[in-house]
Structures are given as structure tokens and as C-alpha cells.
Design a protein around this ligand. Sequence first.
Ligand code: SAM
Ligand code: SF4
Length: 326
Amino acid sequence: MIDKFGREINYLRVSITDRCNLRCRYCMPDEGVDKLEHRNILSLEEMARLVGVAVKAGIKKVRLTGGEPLVRRNIVQLVKYIGNLSEIDDVALTTNGMLYAPMAEDLRQAGLKRLNFSLDTLKPDRLHYMTRGGDLSKVKTAIFKALELGMHPVKINTVVIRGFNDDELLDFARLADEYPLHVRFIEFMPIGDLHYWKRERMIKSSEIKNMIGASYQLESVTRVPGNGPAKYYNIKNGQGSLGFITPMSNHFCSECNRIRLTADGGLRACLHDHHEIDLKTPLRSGASDEELLALFLECVQSKPSRHQMNDGWGADNDRKMYQIGG
Ligand code: SAM
Ligand code: SF4
């Protein structure tokens, strides 16, 4: 599928649930989370059918996200179904890691190829504070389990927040130096639970890179397998790499290859654009694969040239990050 701006769209991110076992301050409120009603959430069979149609539209890579995807029962079956589609060459997962270790082997057997772990701090008390309940020892066990199972490349997503974790950048760099881990620093964005967002808390990637560059020699840009927009650097003589994702300071929309499916069947051409195509209603009223395929193509053709994140999330954007899938 080629969109109006010549981009090949081959990557589908599926939010398989809006539920989460944590409550990160920048993502979800502590209480009173607006949950989708159960009947409005697609069943795994419905998701599988939509992915089956998406591959006919040229989707080759799928990432499962949420909410926390590992709280969804039977996720292993969904991974197996997607992994068995011959057109699919990559099935990945984004997770907070809390529930991963005991499921790791089943997920790999089902066909999961890669994982991104979200981890913003290496200090147990800070993690507990920011995620309202996260347990660093569980997340670390999860990350090392993924390494042990050879789920390369194992990536860590770290949202950099001034006054919270900007004193830990070198600790993260050390992690990528000592282990074959790919740490990606992400600029804090004005999405999610905006009570925590403040522009002063956002640190540009260029500043993060300078802070690390003062202690580590960062070498020529390398290509780490994946579908995302990170720019990677090797650490001289190190095992892993460092990546920088710059949604705020340097948008990468011209290289964007993705569309998104929300847990309740909304197809979104852009994380930041509130326009959605409802797939659930036609799906549940007997639409044929061809009719659903036409909706995928319509979505791709409606993809905007770029996001306007610097203008804020927008009052008309009533979706939350955990509903759309980060
Ligand atoms: N629960 C899973 C997890 O945390 O990895 C998957 C869903 S979560 C919404 C996906 C990613 O979005 C996480 O890496 C999280 O840090 C990131 N995220 C959420 N809100 C963000 C924000 N305001 N700015 C930057 N990244 C954000
Ligand atoms: Fe849950 Fe992920 Fe949002 Fe944290 S960032 S509250 S783990 S969905």
C-alpha cells in the first residue's frame, strides 16, 4: 500500500487491550480510567480476522501493544495466528515487562520475534513511583529472559523526563555498553495523561545525545532491525546500541510506514490525528473481506503528511494513548 505521499505502509500496530496492570503518571490517571466496555473490545478472533485482511492490503509487520498487551488472556493464540500468516515477516510486542518472564517461552514458541520493554528508570523506588506499582526486579528478570531466549534485538524504550530520570542517562548507556541491549531514548510527548505533561520536562534528543557523548564514544549510525524511526549509534567497544526517537524536535513522518488498530476496532492512520475508521461495526454486521480491505485502503489514503504534535494533543482528540496503543 502506497499512500498519497509515496510512503509504503506495511506496518500495523494493534492495541489489543486498553487495560493495564500499571498506571504510569504520564499515561493513565491513578483512578477513574475511562475503560472501554467489554462488548466494545474486539475479540481475539475479530482481531485475527482484521490482521488477515490487513496482510492483503500489504501489511507485513505487526506489533501488539496496548494498554498492556500481556494482561490480555490468550495473547499466545493471537501471536500464533499472526505468526502463521505467510505474508507476515515480523511479530513484535511492546510491554512494561511485569508479566513477561513466565510467558516468555510460550510467546516465543507461538512465533513472537521481538520485544520492546518500556523502562524509564533503573531505580526501584522511582519506577514504583512513576508507574504506580511497577517492580524493577520483575522488569529486569523479563529483559534478561528475553536475552537468554535470543529474542534479538531486545530494545528498551526510555522516555526521558527532566527532573525525573535525566540523571540516569549514563546508567542506561552503561546497560547498552555491557549487554546486547538497544536502549532508545524517546522525547516526552504531550499525549496520554496530560496532568503530568509539562513542556519544561521534555528534553530534546540532541541534548540527551550530548550528555551521553561527554562520557561515551558514540560511533557511526548502525541499523538495528526494526520498523521504527530511531536513529542508532554504537557505543565504541560496547555490546548494544543507543537510539534516539525525536517526535518533538524532528518529526519523522516522511518515513512513517504504520497504521494503527485500536482495541475497539478503530483504524487510525496516525497516532496524533483523531480521524478513525470504524471497523467494528462492519465487522460485526457481516462485512466481507473485500469490504474490510477497502476500509484499510481508505485509511492509508487518508494518512496526513505529518503530525502537529507541537500544537498539543488537541481538544478534539478524546482518545488516550493506552486506547490507541503507544
Ligand atoms: N504498556 C505497554 C508499555 O508500557 O510498554 C505498551 C503500551 S505504552 C502506551 C507504549 C509506550 O508508550 C511506552 O513505551 C510508553 O513509555 C510510551 N508513552 C506513553 N505515554 C508517552 C508520552 N507522553 N511520551 C512518550 N512516550 C509515551
Ligand atoms: Fe500501562 Fe504502558 Fe501506559 Fe504505563 S505506559 S500505564 S505500562 S499502558
